[in-house]
Design a protein around this ligand. Structure first.
Ligand SMILES: Cc1cc2nc3c(=O)[nH]c(=O)nc-3n(C[C@H](O)[C@H](O)[C@H](O)COP(=O)(O)OP(=O)(O)OC[C@H]3O[C@@H](n4cnc5c(N)ncnc54)[C@H](O)[C@@H]3O)c2cc1C
Length: 466
């Protein structure tokens, strides 16, 4: 979300590559389907789901989503705040942000977004103990204009002497409820025939070297311990903070890299409910508000927002994790950290007589950040995936592969869509659309030249950071 906050990570040491070994051979029943036209999407977060959603609109091919977690959006996508919009500092992401916001608005209109996934306009305010300047490190975007405290939502308790400023109004900002939106997307995908394979990990990619095509992907179900080959012509790697690990497992000889930061940033969050139902500001105005605090205390490095249903969300500062577990559900937040966020958020909630605050959720989620500070949304060139002197890994099972350029609507290849960092929810629909356009051989709706695989000298972030 914030380019300013992103820059705080500029000093994180350069990335070191990890290599995984392929798993030993295992029994492998074949999934019956049309080999040539399938796409396997690795990762069931907002980026994977949005890609499946768009691709299923553009193409009749079979689509699989594979994820080692037990359900969709277990990671950042199901835990994030759900703020979207087309405001903020102009940068490389602006055209994508704009497209995404338009797509969200259309979807909300067509699908009764308010009821289906808690869609609502949202005003974004800043509240400061010391006044505003143009480069406040606590705020992700500059304050547009000072505003009267009376403009702030009734649920907010403003400490004496603090001042307020408007960052964006709801013409340019909205919010949705991420878990609800993920459920909506999954259901839509399923109704279009997208198949979900949870508790499942990708082991290796199979290729037809003479035709320079993918022919399948071998996956392992963690529960049954059975491996199977999914015939496919396309693989999309959209595994968030796990994308680099997935890529180097499937394409160990590739000269391309997904330059994840050595330490992965994560953020802690809580969701609160006022126990005794009360007149909610969000309900009164039919919109939501987000408040960014700017104060000298590190503990107050939080922002909070209201949902349409009257619940509140608050997220704290960043932590860097060097060892990340295999699945997002194993990323846990120490309770004292969420306790601090909760205590401080409570201080800013104007409770009525007899009202109490109840925590209804909390957690820690990893943010997929690349050293370039920009996402990758690109197709990997065959020669980069399999440099000529490398012995190619050939699959022994007889999967028919069609030559590139046949009558299928599928171009064929390995696509990467990852590194959306603080903006993944906001960028989801546009990201899904442009990657689906690449897969189906169409020109992308947005110029993707900033979102290719970085050259070696770009990996530090020097040449593409802004
Ligand atoms: C506290 C917080 C608040 C945020 N607020 C906002 C916000 O308001 N607006 C916004 O735009 N963004 C926000 N973000 C950022 C946003 O959540 C992320 O950018 C986005 O969710 C990333 O989506 P993703 O699909 O790339 O990754 P994830 O949601 O992390 O999904 C990755 C998926 O890959 C799966 N995976 C792991 N290993 C494998 C494997 N081997 N094979 C296949 N799949 C695998 C994981 O299980 C997971 O399901 C916030 C983030 C946090 C933490």
């Amino acid at each position: 979300m914030s380019r300013l906050i992103k820059n705080l990570f500029a000093l994180i040491p350069a990335f070191t590559y990890r290599r995984s070994h392929l798993a030993p051979p295992v029994q492998e029943p074949l999934l019956a389907n049309n080999a040539a036209d399938s796409t396997v999407i690795l990762g069931a977060g907002i980026i994977g789901l949005s890609t499946a959603y768009s691709l299923s609109e553009m193409s009749k091919q079979t689509i699989y989503i594979v994820d080692p977690a037990s359900k969709a959006c277990v990671g950042a996508s199901g835990q994030c705040e759900g703020a979207i919009g087309d405001f903020g500092v102009e940068n490389e992401l602006s055209p994508l942000n704009q497209l995404s916001y338009e797509l969200y608005q259309q979807l909300a209109e067509q699908q009764s977004g308010k009821e289906t996934f808690g869609y609502s306009g949202m005003d974004v305010h800043a509240l400061s103990s010391h006044g505003f300047n143009s480069s406040d490190p606590h705020l992700p975007w500059p304050v547009q204009e000072p505003e009267d405290i009376s403009n702030l939502p009734a649920w907010l308790k403003v400490p004496r002497g603090w001042v307020a400023g408007l960052i964006a109004n709801q013409t340019h900002c909205a919010r949705l409820d991420p878990p609800k939106f993920c459920r909506f997307l999954q259901k839509e995908c399923e109704s279009r025939g997208v198949r979900f394979l949870f508790n499942t990990t990708a082991l290796s990619a199979a290729t037809d070297a003479s035709r320079r095509t993918l022919t399948g992907i071998k996956v392992l179900n963690k529960g049954s311990k059975k491996a199977m080959n999914i015939p496919c012509k396309n693989i999309v790697i959209s595994a968030g903070s796990w994308s680099e690990k997935v890529f180097s497992t499937l394409f160990p000889s590739s000269r391309l890299r997904i330059p994840s930061t050595e330490q992965q940033p994560a953020q802690d969050w809580i969701r609160l409910k006022i126990k005794k139902p009360r007149r909610s500001e969000a309900g009164t105005k039919g919109s939501c508000q987000q408040i960014w605090l700017s104060a000298d205390s590190e503990d107050l490095d939080i922002h909070m927002s209201s949902f349409l249903d009257g619940e509140f969300y608050a997220a704290g500062g960043f932590v860097d994790l060097s060892d990340i577990p295999d699945t997002p559900d194993k990323v846990t937040s120490p309770s004292h950290v969420t306790d601090i966020i909760e205590q401080n958020t409570r201080e800013f909630l104007a409770l009525g007589l007899g009202e109490t605050v109840q925590a209804v959720g909390s957690g820690r989620a990893l943010l997929p950040r690349l050293t370039t500070n920009l996402p990758i949304m690109a197709k990997a060139a065959w020669d980069d995936l399999f440099p000529s002197k490398t012995k190619l890994q050939e699959h022994s099972s007889p999967i028919a592969a069609r030559p590139v350029g046949d009558d299928s609507d599928v171009a064929g290849g390995v696509f990467v869509s990852t590194g959306h960092y603080l903006d993944g929810f906001a960028l989801g629909p546009a990201s899904g659309k442009v990657v689906s356009e690449l897969i189906t051989g169409q020109s992308p709706s947005v110029d993707l030249s900033n979102f290719g695989f970085p050259k070696a000298d770009e990996e530090s972030g020097d040449s593409r950071d802004n």
